[in-house]
Structures are given as structure tokens and as C-alpha cells.
Design a protein around this ligand. Structure first.
Ligand code: SF4
Length: 318
């Protein structure tokens, strides 16, 4: 496979279909693969980088058994557990991000779902942020009903986050308390309610390259607009705490492959940027066009201002 020819074909309108053999991505020359992904990103997405930030609105005690997660009650990680945050704390963080030019802000809550008074608190916070802050709002609250999605949209939420995490085949190896189909159904309910969807996953959880490619195929088939790619940072006390960390080359190859399969989506760097040199600088030249940033996050060594400086120096616009 001539990878740069494929890149040009994608720029000209070709789209890879889920049934197509994509095994050539696994052995393609990494440098050429990344150059081609960068060309696709430049041609179809431009030089704008999308920055988003999150606040952990409710932490820990989650009933689900995701093996990578510090917040699962099945894992003994010593995480700081707390109930739904005060609205003023959420608003202050949202204002802070809006004032620093971050484009999107999301409340993320641990748990299979969000219901009762905690859901009402989230709706109230979204309404106030929508009224007071110049920033796009996203939400991440597990499996919600049609009615809950409708209420989030009315409160000003534009995009809903629900990671599929990995491939359908690999999903039972990382979680058994809910299914891959639960994830797909949730994504479809969010879309039916008029929300855009942000969905990606975590690499480095023992999956194969075929699993990563299948994950990208699934996301392309769902019409997902934003695809966070996390590289596992093994957390002590989780079943994955002794997994080997991914190499930078493997992360770059994954980012580039996702750009070929999802040429118009935001390919968003999330956790694991620390596994790469210069906080993932090379990944922005290998297909990535978005990132999670923030001054509260611990998953990357960069804060908002150093991310902005790096990206502007690289020729991106914010
Ligand atoms: S459902 Fe979410 S918060 Fe709960 S264990 Fe899984 S990833 Fe963690």
C-alpha cells in the first residue's frame, strides 16, 4: 500500500469502509504514515486546534467494574471520593477556562448513570454556565435516558461524551458490568436527542492493533465528531496497574490510523500525553487536531497556557 497515495485519495473524498482490509496500517512506515495523516488533517480540518477541559463533578464509588478506572468501587485506588460538587465551584472552573480561551467545558461524573437530585444539580449548573460563560458545553454522565438527553440539550449542552473504550471483541476483557452494546445504545440516544457525540477510548489495555482499528471503524460508523485517544496510565490498585506503558511510536501510529479512518473528526489527545516527548508535540503533526487541557488536570504535564504557547509556536490557530 502506498500510504501517501491513500492520504491523497482520502483528501479527494475516498472514505475507508469498515469491511476493508486495513492491516497495512500495522506495518506501514511510521514516518510516512504520520506525514500522510498530517496532510489529511491540514486539508480537511485546517489549522484550528480544539481545546477542551473537564471538571470531575462527582468522584468515586462507581458501581461499574472498568479495570482501568480509579473511580470504580471494585478497585482500591485510594482516590479522593466526593459527592456532586457545589455549583459555584463548577461555575468558577468554567469561567476560568472560558477566560483562558478553552473552547469546550464538560462536567464528568463517576457512575453508571446520573439521576435524581444529582442530575438536577447538573442541569442547573449547565443552564448557568450557558447563560454566563462564552464556551461550548459538553457532558459526561454515563447512561442517560432519552428524556435526560433532551433536558441536557435544553440546558445548553451541545455534545455528549461516552467512550466505547476499545473494540467490541476486547470490551469484555476490560468491563463486565455493562456491555459494548450499552455504550452504542447510549451514543445513539444522545444523537437522537440532537447532541453531537464525543467517543473514543483507551489504548494500552492489552488490545491488539486489530482491536484499535475496529474501534476506529465503529466510531466512523456512528458518525462520531470527536474522538479522544487516551494512552493508559496504569493506576495502582486497578487490575491494569502492572501493564506496560505504550511507546511513543505506538501512540503516534494509533493517532495517525484514526486520522485516516476518521478524516474529518476531531482526533483528541487525552490522558497519556506524558508518555510522549514534549507533551505529545509530535502527535499534533501525526493527525491530532484537539486535546484535553486544563489547569486542574493531572494527566498531562502541560497547563492551558503552555499548551497554547506550544500549539501557536507550531503554527496552529486557537
Ligand atoms: S463507569 Fe466510568 S466511572 Fe465507573 S468504573 Fe467505568 S469508567 Fe470508571
Amino acid at each position: 500500500m502506498d500510504i501517501l497515495k491513500l492520504s491523497n485519495e482520502i483528501i479527494a473524498g475516498r472514505r475507508l469502509t469498515s469491511g476493508e482490509d486495513k492491516s497495512f496500517f500495522i506495518t506501514a512506515d511510521l514516518e510516512k504514515l504520520c506525514v500522510g495523516a498530517d496532510q489529511i488533517r491540514r486539508a480537511l480540518c485546517g489549522d484550528h486546534v480544539d481545546l477542551c477541559s473537564i471538571i470531575n463533578g462527582r468522584s468515586g464509588r462507581c458501581s461499574e467494574n472498568c479495570k482501568f478506572c480509579a473511580q470504580s468501587a471494585h478497585n482500591c485506588t485510594g482516590i479522593n471520593e466526593y459527592g456532586f460538587l457545589d455549583e459555584e465551584d463548577i461555575l468558577a472552573e468554567c469561567r476560568h477556562n472560558a477566560e483562558r480561551g478553552v473552547h469546550r467545558f464538560s462536567i464528568v461524573t463517576a457512575g453508571r448513570t446520573l439521576s435524581g437530585s444529582d442530575f438536577e444539580k447538573a442541569v442547573s449548573a449547565y443552564k448557568k454556565m450557558n447563560d454566563e460563560c462564552d464556551i461550548e458545553l459538553c457532558g459526561s454522565h454515563g447512561f442517560l435516558t432519552d428524556e435526560q438527553f433532551r433536558r441536557l440539550r435544553e440546558a445548553g449542552v451541545k455534545r455528549y461524551h461516552c467512550n466505547i473504550e476499545t473494540s467490541r471483541r476486547n470490551f469484555p476483557n476490560i468491563c463486565t458490568s455493562h456491555t459494548f452494546d450499552d455504550k452504542i445504545a447510549c451514543i445513539k440516544r444522545a444523537q437522537a436527542a440532537g447532541l453531537e457525540v464525543c467517543s473514543g477510548g483507551i489504548i494500552g489495555m492489552g488490545e491488539t492493533w486489530e482491536d484499535r482499528i475496529d474501534m476506529a471503524d465503529t466510531l466512523a460508523g456512528l458518525g462520531v465528531r470527536s474522538v479522544p485517544i487516551n494512552a493508559l496510565m496504569p493506576i495502582k490498585g486497578t487490575p491494569f496497574d502492572s501493564l506496560k506503558r505504550l511507546s511513543e511510536d505506538d501512540i503516534l501510529r494509533t493517532v495517525a490510523i484514526f486520522r485516516y479512518i476518521l478524516p474529518e473528526a476531531n482526533i483528541r489527545l487525552a490522558a497519556g500525553r506524558d508518555l510522549m516527548r514534549d507533551c505529545g508535540k509530535q502527535a499534533f503533526l501525526s493527525g491530532a487536531d484537539s486535546t484535553i487541557t486544563g489547569d486542574m488536570l493531572t494527566t498531562s504535564g502541560n497547563d492551558i497556557s503552555s499548551d497554547k504557547t506550544m500549539l501557536i509556536d507550531m503554527g496552529f490557530s486557537l
